[in-house]
Design a protein around this ligand. Sequence first.
Ligand code: BT5
Length: 257
Amino acid sequence: MNAQTLQKKLSDLPLERLRYFESVGSTNDEALAWAASGAPDLSLVIADEQTSGRGRLNRKWFTPKGTALAFSLILRSPAPALLPRTVGLAALSIADSLLVHQLAARIKWPNDVLVNGRKAGGVLIETVWSGTEIDSLVIGMGINVQRDSVPPAEDLQFPATSLEEELGRALDREEFLHDVLSAFIARRPQLGTDAFMKDWEDLLAFRGERVQIRVNESETHTGELLGIDSRGALRLRNEHGNVVTAQVGDVSLRPAA
Ligand code: BT5
């Protein structure tokens, strides 16, 4: 992977600008700084290696050199009402691209992409503020392509896998990146539609199963996972038969023991 081959591979997409790094701390950090200094809509930051890649809540995201996809897309002036749906848009774009390879992905709400029940990718969305308005969004996506991209089990909270492991063959990283970006751009105008919500909900992992959601240290809900509401919040029927919702945020979801 290098800047030239990337430019060529992505040339048919309406990306405004592209910054490629052989190695970087976090593509989200680069994209946040670039967005704050005026990067246009659909600018892309991509790296062959991240040395301090981030997940949610300051968790680590591993991107060993030459093995994975780690990139951040900048969206300017997002519609505030649709912000909570953007994580679904990113996860669905990865799922769409996997389907091309006959892999049926599931989305572990809110931001994990699972293949055969193991995590193959994650999404981290961050915002750039201008006063009290959201100026832009940074959509960070990390995807394990080669087997060596999967971190050791002791570093993981949830089992992980790679696309090549699941496919049993090699996968061209640049081509897969192209497909994910292309799916993202194609789905973006549908963000406000019911059809988008249905597509997202259809891919939800653990639907109909008993799960546990840890909202924070002191708040946990257990119940049957029903789906997601129009704001992207997870819906659960608790043990008393009441429907409870959890908003996008510091929520973890596990199948109940
Ligand atoms: C995520 O967070 O899953 C969001 C990951 C987003 C990464 C992209 S890469 C490009 C951009 N630049 C960044 O710096 N970040 C974004 P979360 O749901 O909090 O999951 C984090 C947890 O996943 C960690 O605590 C580990 O247990 C696990 N993990 C770390 N690296 C992994 C990997 N490569 N594959 C699978 N699991 C991983």
